[in-house]
Design a protein around this ligand. Structure first.
Ligand code: PLP
Length: 391
């Protein structure tokens, strides 16, 4: 047998293990000091009541012979897909039921979608970036080229007519930078993809954090996008499903290559390799899209955005340059005094007992930057900024 040697080309991800090791060693040496973690992108608020009520009802159904459900449709139950179509309709975008695929989260789909594309594709990926895009393409053996996201382009790289790519990753609101594309910018990307025949893989995992109505939450709000884009969405940050696991991917029928619909390939891929998301979880997910669910998750999102504002105001007061924090749960700051990312990590840990994420962990352009997450507890966030302000 021969293994996929592309795995051997992956760089070891030291980011979160190094952070954990540094925190553990600091805690051991300073057991009396409370460390506030603002690094990891996990949520802290529980699932909302509407979701829990639906999941409890679904659990009871599973214990009753008349209402028990076995295997469900691989692409998700109609009751959930329909609600997602209605959600898109409220954004002014018409998505059909067959274009929606329910999954166990955006990470799986972002990796699995590469099954649709042959090995001879060139992939364009922003730097800094959510590391999953890079690693899944290394495993697939694709040629990767990078586009720079820097302070000069406000961390929103735009198409370069001299660059030819087959697959393009865009993430807005962005992890790690918190930057959000506006309509005009996304239109330029869509036009570029339509002209070159590229497919945009649009990661909308943080769309629910957009509160500015002028900003697009979905790439399908842009004219022409259905002919060139696939969109990945997640309930992880939207509704606290990081541990419950549910997301959805939209593959429009209009997206074709030489008469082959990518939607049909994805359906075939999912029905072959995936057996669907648990019924109980999909019932909970459907509750997210009800009026009651939307108002409850909005409260949680506003709580996190409130944290982001607390952090942003403190950085402003301190004269630290940052982006993100509006329409995004992440704040991307320039390390003060030209410190390196890891130096600033050590500095904050030792002097404020605050742990963030060094930007260098997200790519070469992340060096000199630092990510703070707004997903923490409110009191902890207040305490963390108090400590940062006192430095
Ligand atoms: N996309 C981005 C940009 C993310 O930051 C994350 C999670 O942190 C994901 C996708 C994965 O989301 P999920 O939990 O749905 O797999």
């Amino acid at each position: 047998m021969n293994i996929n040697t592309n795995f051997l080309k992956l760089k070891d991800s030291y980011l979160f293990s190094t952070i954990a090791r540094k925190i553990a060693s600091y805690s051991k040496a300073n057991p009396e000091k409370k460390i506030i973690r603002m690094g990891i992108g996990d949520v802290t608020l529980p699932l909302c009541k509407a979701v829990i009520d639906e999941m409890q009802a679904a659990v009871c159904e599973m214990g009753n012979k008349q209402t028990f459900r076995g295997y469900g449709p691989e692409q998700g139950y109609d009751f959930l897909a329909q609600k997602i179509c209605e959600y898109y309709a409220r954004l002014g975008t018409q998505i059909e039921r067959d274009e929606v695929f329910i999954s166990d989260g955006a990470k799986s789909d972002i990796g699995n979608i590469l099954d649709l594309f042959s090995v001879d594709n060139t992939v364009l990926i922003p730097d800094p970036v959510y590391p999953v895009y890079v690693d899944t393409n290394i495993i697939a053996g694709h040629n990767i080229i990078y586009m720079d996201a820097t302070a000069e382009n406000e961390f929103l790289p735009m198409p370069d007519q001299n660059v030819k790519a087959d697959l393009i990753y865009l993430c807005s609101p962005n992890n790690p930078t918190g930057a959000v594309y506006n309509r005009q910018q996304l239109k330029e990307w869509v036009d570029y993809a339509l002209n070159t025949g590229a497919v945009i893989l649009f990661d909308a995992a943080y769309e629910a954090f957009i509160s500015d109505d002028s900003l697009p939450k979905s790439i399908f709000e842009i004219e022409g996008a259905k002919r060139c884009a696939i969109e990945f969405c997640s309930l992880s940050k939207t509704a606290g499903f990081t541990g419950t696991r549910c997301g959805y991917t939209v593959v429009p029928m209009a997206l074709e290559k030489d008469g082959t619909k990518l939607n049909r390939l994805w359906l075939r891929r999912q029905t072959t390799k995936f057996n669907g998301v648990p019924y109980i979880v999909q019932r909970g997910a459907a509750a997210v899209f009800t009026q009651e669910g939307q108002s409850q998750i909005k409260q949680n999102i506003n709580y996190y955005l409130g944290n982001a504002k607390i952090i942003a105001d403190a950085l402003q007061k301190k004269g630290i340059w940052f982006t993100g924090g509006h329409n995004s749960p992440y704040i991307w700051l320039k390390c003060p005094n030209n410190m390196g990312s890891w130096d600033y990590f050590d500095f904050l840990l030792e002097n404020a007992q605050v742990a963030g994420t060094p930007g260098a962990g997200f790519g070469k352009n992340g060096e000199g930057y630092f990510r703070l997450s707004a997903f923490g507890d409110r009191d902890d966030t207040h305490e963390a900024v108090k400590r940062i302000l006192s430095l």
